[in-house]
Design a protein around this ligand. Structure first.
Ligand SMILES: [Mg+2]
Length: 175
């Protein structure tokens, strides 16, 4: 049960994830959470920094697809500047949104990774689908209300994970 919440990697932020390392693992597509992973939850659109990161990934032939629980209106505005394909109402931690994305974009499970700032939604959803995952620290330390509740459980689960898996540590990039 606890393994359902175990991320494959823990990385400081999405900006730390390098295309070189992803390629090494045969990953050609990043499925990314939106709020507090790609852009701060209380920001309408993306920053210069995130645009640069996405450009770099694209230059390596790595696709980036947003998989968000948020509503289509919010997601559409947020990704407009980033020009990314997206799936909204993804219903994480259920695997529905991720599975839909894999099917629509003809993606193989071993060639994708889910990136997100929440164990209780993003990482759990990735494990429910049998795909790799990267847990990142949230861009903003504050959260919207439903996330605040998730963070309470996340803290408990994280403690249990730390006790069980001594190799689970925050890193500067994926291994
Ligand atoms: Mg998030």
């Amino acid at each position: 049960m606890l393994s359902s919440f175990k991320p494959t990697w823990m990385v400081q932020s999405i900006y730390h994830i390098s295309p070189e390392k992803l390629k090494k693992h045969g990953i050609n597509t990043i499925l990314t959470d939106l709020d507090n992973t790609l852009i701060p939850w209380n920001n309408a659109t993306g920053t210069e920094k995130v645009i640069k990161w996405i450009d770099k990934l694209h230059s390596y032939g790595i696709k980036v697809i947003v998989v968000s629980n948020n509503d289509p209106k919010r997601v559409r505005v947020a990704v407009k500047d980033l020009q990314l394909p997206f799936v909204s109402h993804a219903l994480k931690p259920l695997g529905i949104g991720i599975k839909k994305t894999l099917k629509s974009y003809h993606l193989k499970k071993n060639q994708v990774v889910m990136v997100g700032d929440q164990l209780m939604t993003d990482i759990w959803a990735a494990n429910n689908c049998g795909i790799a995952s990267i847990w990142v620290k949230p861009l903003k330390s504050s959260d919207m209300l439903p996330t605040k509740i998730n963070r309470y459980f996340e803290a408990i689960v994280y403690k249990m994970l730390q006790n069980k898996y001594s190799d689970l540590k925050w890193k500067e990039d994926i291994d």
